[in-house]
Design a protein around this ligand. Sequence first.
Ligand SMILES: *Cc1c(COP(=O)(O)O)cnc(C)c1O
Length: 349
Amino acid sequence: MMQDHVAPLRLRLDGDALVANWRWLAGRSGSAACGAAIKANGYGLGARGVMARLTRAGCRDFFVSNWGEAAALEPSLEPGVNLSVLHGVRREDMAQALASRARPVLCTPEQIARWGEAGGGACDVMIDTGMNRLGLDWRSDFAPQLQGLDIRTLMSHLASADEDVDLNRLQRDRFASIRDAVPAQRYSLANSAGICRGDAYHFDLTRPGLALYGGVPVDEAADHIRPVVTPQAQILQRRRLIAGDSIGYNATFTATRDHEVAILNLGYADGYLLGFSGRGAAMAGATRLPVLGRVSMDLVAVDVNDAPDLAEGDWLDIAYDLREASAASGLSQYELLTGLGPRYDRVWA
Ligand SMILES: *Cc1c(COP(=O)(O)O)cnc(C)c1O
């Protein structure tokens, strides 16, 4: 969405790639329905834009973390589309939750009691099968507590789906036993990586996040998942370094020859964190323009000696292949996406 004010940095978002990624994940989910995790503002892309495009493509199940996120999305929730709030309901959330079309994913005995006493109606439930994060302990006697609840989706979450380890099979088997013991409309276990583990992990509904947005959760997905996000930053100044000049905070780069640099409007406050210092790059077509020196809060310098035509006011793509950028910066693919802050214009193509 373009505002009157044009920011000096933007995210180019490829809506076709987003939808293609969802379709691939839906295909890999077999007979299970494929939802979408859009918490953390759609992993940094903008949750409303993501939800609108995936709803149009046929997605009917969305997941956010908390009720602030749900409130922002509810006005644009189409009829027949489900929105689940993964962190359940705190006391502070009850008034909103009772009036909302979104459903809480009840995680604790306290939440279940609170929801039941308030006559809350349809809900989801999270069972912890071994991650020991949110959810009712799979070893506890939870079935009696759940009696009488209108459970739409009973879910659990895999701790290590991106690795081939025994814990995946253990969690799946525990979840399958729970499915046989607790009535619910649907059962859901797999995130992006879990979808790639195969049919035994799909149950009725899958919940990808990362891979929708171009993240590659396991190697086999690399040939199928398309990049969605390209950060772009504007050149604010072009300048000449003379051999011996240093650049940026703490002078971590010193020029050994005379050459030209461009100062871009992008910094660690925009999620372009210090790990990219001396390791990231901008792109001018196929030409790589390496980051020189330390990333500042709002600025970064790149070498433009091989790009003589670039001038103040021009825009550059930032190299942001999620796996390569992760290796270069030491940040996870999740951090690379969710750190993309509010200062970018988000422009869907
Ligand atoms: C974030 C989240 C997902 C999506 O996970 P990805 O690894 O991004 O695919 C699915 N389920 C739950 C409970 C989550 O918290």
